[in-house]
Ligand binder design. Structure first.
Ligand code: SF4
Ligand code: SF4
Length: 308
C-alpha cells in the first residue's frame, strides 16, 4: 500500500520547510520514489513510521477505499481538533481560564517585565482574544516576545491562564512562520534526538573525552556513565553545552562525584530542553517528553534531572 504526496503538503503536515523534505528524500530519511506529476510515493508503513516519529496521527490513506460509515469514523479519529482562543459559551463559573472573565484592570501589564516593548502588554492580548481579533493576534509578534515567566498570571485577580493563551496563539501559527530557530530545533530534535542535531558518535566521544579530563584534573577514576542500567538519576543535557560550552557539564559531574551519586546519561534522546513548550507544539512536546520517559524505563532510573 502506498502513500502519494507532494513535497509542499508533507512539509506543511510535519511543519518543516519543503527543502527539508527534499533533503530527507535525498538522504533516505524519507524513503520515497518519484511518482506521477510532481508527486512522490512512499510505502504506507514508512509514512506511518514518519508520523510516529513526529508524534502525529497519519492522514487517511488515499489508496484505500472506505465505505461512508468507516470514512466518517476514521475522519473523526484523525481529525485534529480546532484550536480556539476562547469559547464564548463558557462562563466564569465553568472555566476561569477564558478571556471573557477579564476585568481589564491591567494588573497583568504592570507585573509583566516586557510590558511596553513594541507596544506589547498581556492585557491587550487577553482583550484581543476576548474580542475575537484572532487573525491580527496570530500575525502579531507579541505572543512570541512573551518569556512565559507567568508573572502576569500570578498577579491576575481573575486567575486567567495567560501563559496557556500565549501557547495556544503560538500553536496556531504556520510552523514555517514560527520566528527564530525554535521550530527548527523541535523538528531536528524529533528527527535526531537533540535540538542541534549532534550526531550520536560525536556526543559519545565528547562525553568520554570530558570524563578523562575530569579524572586527570580533580576526580581520580572518573568515567562518564553512559547508559548505566540501574543508575538512580537520569541526567538530561542542554544540547548547547556539548555544542558550544562542553566544560559546563563538568560542574554537575564534579558534584555527582563528590556526592558519590549514582547517575547516568542516555546515549540517545538525551536532550533536556523541550522547545515544543515555546513553539506551542504540544504533540512534539509530548513525543519528546515520552522519549525521556522511555529512557527512564529502559535504564531503570528512579529520578530525573533536567538541568536547564
Ligand atoms: S508570561 Fe509573558 S505576558 Fe506574562 S508576565 Fe511573563 S512575559 Fe509578560
Ligand atoms: S490582570 Fe487579569 S483581569 Fe486584569 S487585565 Fe490582566 S488578564 Fe484581565
Amino acid at each position: 500500500m502506498n502513500y502519494e504526496f507532494r513535497v509542499n503538503d508533507l512539509a506543511e503536515e510535519f511543519g518543516v520547510h519543503r527543502n527539508t523534505i527534499r533533503n530527507w528524500i535525498k538522504n533516505g530519511s524519507v524513503k520515497a520514489d518519484p511518482g506521477p506529476g510532481r508527486q512522490y510515493i512512499m510505502q504506507w508503513e514508512d509514512y506511518q513510521a514518519l508520523c510516529k516519529k513526529f508524534g502525529r496521527k497519519p492522514r487517511l490513506n488515499p489508496n484505500q477505499d472506505y465505505d461512508p460509515g468507516e470514512l466518517q469514523k476514521i475522519s473523526t479519529e484523525v481529525a485534529v481538533p480546532p484550536l480556539v482562543l476562547g469559547d464564548r459559551d463558557k462562563t466564569l463559573y465553568t472555566d476561569p481560564s477564558w478571556a471573557d472573565t477579564c476585568l481589564t484592570c491591567g494588573t497583568c501589564a504592570s507585573a509583566c517585565p516586557i510590558s511596553g516593548i513594541d507596544g506589547m502588554d498581556p492585557r491587550k492580548i487577553v482583550r484581543m482574544a476576548f474580542l475575537g481579533i484572532e487573525d491580527e493576534l496570530m500575525a502579531s509578534d507579541w505572543p512570541w516576545k512573551c518569556t512565559m515567566c507567568a508573572k502576569c498570571e500570578e498577579a491576575c485577580p481573575m486567575d486567567i491562564q495567560i501563559v496557556q493563551l500565549m501557547r495556544r496563539i503560538r500553536s496556531r501559527r504556520d510552523r514555517d512562520k514560527v520566528p527564530g530557530p525554535i521550530h527548527k530545533g523541535v523538528a531536528t530534535c524529533l528527527e535526531r534526538g537533540n535540538n542541534l542535531g549532534i550526531p550520536k558518535d560525536d556526543f559519545l566521544y565528547l562525553l568520554e573525552e570530558l570524563g578523562e579530563e575530569l579524572a586527570e584534573e580533580s576526580c581520580p577514576g572518573f568515567v562518564t556513565p553512559v547508559d548505566e542500567h540501574g543508575a538512580r538519576l537520569l541526567v538530561t543535557v542542554n544540547s548547547k553545552e556539548p555544542f558550544a560550552e562542553p566544560d559546563d557539564m563538568k560542574w554537575w559531574w564534579k558534584i555527582f562525584y563528590a556526592a558519590n551519586e549514582s547517575w547516568t546519561i542516555s546515549s540517545v534522546n538525551w536532550e533536556g530542553v523541550n522547545w515544543g513548550l515555546f513553539s506551542g507544539d504540544d504533540e512534539a512536546m509530548k513525543t519528546i517528553v515520552g522519549r525521556i520517559v522511555d529512557n527512564m524505563r529502559r535504564l531503570n532510573c528512579s529520578a530525573l534531572l533536567l538541568p536547564e
